[in-house]
Design a protein around this ligand. Structure first.
Ligand code: TRP
Ligand code: ZN
Length: 866
């Protein structure tokens, strides 16, 4: 159905280069919370005889001047989204004065106020909420920024680049001028003004340049930024060592803000972070927080080359910077924390979020070809699958050629706004390889299914590989992609061959090896060498052999996951049909293999913790057709319980042996120890071991770090009982003053079973403790509920879905970006049983009827398949 108001999508095929070039941009901000005046002065050169289009949203236009002369109202066109100058001179000075209201800016895009401070978020299309401007990434310019604000309320005035001037201007106000010598698109612009504490350090680059490093945080929080500072210095060094990339400006700054739509933003020289991804100390942050801070600090820093020096021609090329940068941060984390464990975590996240996206109604290629709102395309596909593509490129080319390609890319495209085609061409030029088929990975949505079958032919053994990708919305037919398959033969005592690399380029291929009499299995897709779903003829015996003897640590873990997925799926079927799940040979073998892994000194604690973590129920749901999500959930719990029954004494033993002594350290090995210990506790709780409650209670009371405190709390909520409510309140009062910990409190509340059902969650959302304008808080409660509380979200009476929908509609009126993102939780609907499908469809219809934002409308319609 089309109505008059139906917005039109933006298409990659419609791309046209900019009509005007900006030689320089000067911006002058008179910062006032409710009425900030922005005066821009832009030197423009006309490239083609076309109208000059400047985007602008929710800002008030005061005046437009060309070469000093005020334009009459008839000389330009103005609507809700743009200012159009039909005819312009060949080169001219454009001056525009606008007013915006940062305090009323609840979308948190453009210039807004957070915690009494001014800050900005311009990616992707936020700069147009600050001033009228050709707000597209291929329009780059040199920016000079002057800002003026009240001296006492806003002692720090920051922007991109280097500070060139500052001083008082009278009436208690002061100013600063910042100049960024590097040409950049408007989405990398940033400005910050306010009161902060400052953590200072420095880094000496590979060519000996001394770079001051500054992290700006809420007064009193500077010590909590020390870990981020350390991560920053390690990132700077790593980028020099691994990619030969040196920092370019004379200063690097990071600012933490409480209200932020995403994790962080790579603005040139002035990264802005969600405080949740910057602040940490032993007492208030979990090991997972430390780990994420390290990777996001690295991610944003790495963008300086992959994103800022070389940016995107248009937003369809978003993966050019995001996929590459995620790959870089994953490699960094692997070097810092261990490759196998890092790979397992990355693949777990990929499967949980990206595979779900690829299999659902929101599936899109890594480089999409159309969008309504680009905000909706900051997805797991663009980021995480985008990173997998870079990883495959490296696997296919080999490390040396890959590095040569990167060097050539950085050299050739520096200072430009590039495309994926240009990126791949650099690798072709540097290596002589033909990468034309590789491009398909960027164009085709959907997760390929790799089928593996073994065959014995006289004295030869063969492995047949086949690929196929199911249709996705708008792409009924798929072509074969180039698929790197790392494989190896494994016997009972370890490898029987070297690891091999086979490229599957067509529908099918096979490899063969001389017959081996010794019992053996094939370890396929080692290190997850391609982002595909494997369907293999591996038997339970094969999987158990690989769990015990695969030299590839990732695949050892993977064999256990495959077995666990199969177990959960068959248990779920049994539960759905009302039967008691059987205790069979596979289950026993699985438990025995886990026991051996636990005892194996070759593996570190972090690996063992991951081996003991079964696949998420929702991951299993992906592979089933129209099932009751609660049956899958029950099956998952049942499996954990069976494992815990089998391993009970070992778990208890380990739990005690791994007890922390000495001072807290967030390093990988200490974190691994805590992870395994808390995993043991969670498993003991899964079998409702009476001892588990006692252990958790003691751990909660005595914990000296947040990892242990929060794990104990979560375990206690799973165990239930009368003390849960008081324990939750104790935790609340202890942390009342720390909003980041209160977010954790809200997510535990959102995810725990409640005797009062969904109405308990509703009560939390209505309480004065909740902050509906803060994205972190909303993600904790609404996101935690939808993604982490299967029992209540998928409750058979539909009360979970309807509460969730109410929250989305309410959120959408303030912050469409966050609302649209959360609405993604419904993408699973086609995998569910008929009754739930009907309920979710009607909730999505309710969203559409609520006159939602463009962001939410796009997601709701696509989720419904419209
Ligand atoms: N470029 C940012 C990153 O990946 C993502 C980001 C931060 C973002 N804030 C945003 C994207 C707001 C869209 C809108 O690091
Ligand atoms: Zn990024």
């Amino acid at each position: 159905m089309r109505t008059d108001t139906a917005p039109t999508p933006t298409l990659l095929s419609d791309y046209e280069p900019p009509s005007h070039e900006l030689t320089s941009v000067y911006l002058d901000f008179d910062l006032q919370p409710e009425a900030t005046t922005v005066r821009s002065k832009i030197e423009v050169k006309r490239l083609r005889d076309e109208p000059f289009i400047l985007n602008g949203e929710e800002i008030e236009l005061k005046s437009v001047k060309i070469d000093g002369k005020v334009l009459k109202r008839s000389a330009y066109k103005l609507d809700q989204e743009k200012l159009v100058l039909a005819k312009t001179p060949e080169s001219f000075t454009l001056e525009i004065e606008t007013v915006c209201n940062p305090k009323a800016n609840s979308k948190l895009m453009g210039l807004y106020v957070s915690g009494g401070r001014f800050c900005t978020q311009c990616e992707a299309e936020g700069f147009r909420r600050i001033t009228f401007f050709p707000d597209r990434p291929d329009v780059m310019s040199v920016f000079t920024v002057r800002m003026e604000a009240d001296m006492e309320t806003y002692p720090f005035l920051l922007a991109n680049g280097n500070k060139t001037e500052s001083g008082a201007v009278g009436k208690g106000r002061h100013f600063a001028v910042w100049h960024d010598p590097f040409r950049k698109p408007a989405y990398l612009f940033a400005l910050v003004a306010g009161q902060f504490d400052l953590l200072e350090d420095s880094f000496t680059t590979m060519s000996g340049r001394h770079i001051p490093l500054e992290i700006y945080v809420d007064p009193g929080n500077a010590p909590q930024a020390e870990y981020a500072m350390d991560a920053l210095k390690r990132s700077m060094k790593w980028d020099e060592d691994a990619f030969g990339r040196e920092y370019d400006l004379d200063l690097f700054m990071i600012v933490a803000v409480r209200d932020f739509n995403f994790g962080a933003m790579e603005n040139k020289g002035l990264n802005i972070f969600n405080s949740a991804l910057l602040l940490a100390d032993a007492e208030s942050a979990t090991d997972m927080n430390f780990e994420r801070i390290e990777s996001v600090v690295a991610h944003e820093y790495f963008h300086n080359w992959t994103g800022n020096r070389i940016t995107c021609r248009d937003w369809f090329q978003l993966c050019l910077k995001e996929g590459f940068t995620v790959f870089r941060d994953q490699e960094f984390s692997a070097d810092q924390r261990g490759a196998a464990v890092q790979r397992i975590k990355d693949v777990r996240a990929l499967r949980a979020r990206q595979f779900a996206e690829d299999a659902g109604p929101l599936a899109h290629p890594v480089r999409p070809e159309s969008y309504m709102k680009i905000d909706n395309f900051y997805t797991a596909t663009v980021y995480e699958k985008g990173a997998e593509l870079i990883r495959m490129l490296k696997t296919i080319l080999g490390a040396e050629k890959f590095r040569a390609g990167c060097d050539h890319y950085f050299e050739k495209l520096d200072g430009t706004a590039a495309t994926i085609e240009q990126f791949l061409k650099c690798f072709e030029e540097a290596t002589g390889e033909d990468l034309s088929q590789f491009m398909l990975w960027y164009q085709q949505a959907g997760t390929p299914i790799l089928t593996v079958k073994r065959e014995t032919v006289v004295n030869q053994q063969r492995i047949h590989f086949k690929q196929a990708t199911k249709p996705t919305p708008g792409q009924p037919r798929k072509s074969p992609v180039v698929l790197p398959i790392k494989w190896q033969l494994v016997g009972d005592n370890g490898p029987l061959s070297e690891p091999q690399l086979k490229l599957l380029k067509h529908d099918a291929t096979s490899v063969s090896y001389p017959a081996i009499t010794e019992p053996h299995s094939v370890s396929v897709l080692q290190d997850f060498s391609a982002p595909v779903t494997v369907r293999s003829d591996a038997t339970t015996e094969d999987l158990l052999r690989l769990m015990a003897a695969d030299p590839n640590a990732f695949n050892r873990w993977e064999a256990g996951q495959t077995l666990a997925r199969q177990l959960i799926a068959s248990l779920a079927k049994a539960i759905e049909s009302g039967k008691t799940p059987p205790v069979d040979k596979a289950l026993k073998g699985y438990c025995e293999a886990l026991a051996r892994t636990l005892d194996d000194p070759k593996f570190n604690n972090a690996f063992k913790a991951l081996a003991l973590t079964p696949p998420a129920p929702m991951e299993v749901l992906q592979s089933l057709d129209q099932s009751d999500p609660l049956a899958v959930h029950e099956a998952g719990k049942w499996l954990s319980r069976a494992v815990a029954d089998y391993l009970r004494d070992t778990l208890l033993d380990r739990y005690h042996a791994l007890t922390d002594t000495g001072a807290f350290s967030p390093d990988a090995s200490s974190a691994g120890r805590r992870a395994l210990r808390n995993r043991c506790l969670a498993l003991l709780a899964a079998r409702h071991d009476p001892l588990a409650a006692t252990l958790a209670q003691t751990q909660f009371a005595e914990a000296t770090n947040m990892t242990d405190e929060l794990s104990a709390l979560m375990t206690l909520t799973r165990l239930g009982g009368q003390r849960v409510e008081t324990t939750m309140e104790d935790f609340y009062s202890k942390w009342e003053k720390n909003p980041l910990v209160l977010d954790k409190w809200f997510s535990v509340q959102a995810m725990r079973p409640h005797a009062g059902g969904v109405s308990s969650i509703l009560r939390l959302a209505d309480s004065t403790r909740y902050e509906r304008t803060n994205p972190n808080r909303v993600r904790a409660l609404v996101g935690g509920f939808a993604m982490g509380n299967a029992e209540l979200f998928h409750k058979a009476d539909g009360s979970g879905y309807s509460f969730f929908t109410d929250q989305i509609i309410d959120m959408d009126s303030r912050n469409p970006q966050i609302a649209a993102r959360l609405l993604g939780a419904f993408e699973i609907w086609r995998k569910l049983d008929d009754k739930r499908q009907v309920m979710i469809r009607s909730e999505l219809q309710r969203v559409i009827n609520s006159k939602p934002s463009k962001n939410v409308l796009e997601i709701a319609k696509k989720t419904l398949g419209e």
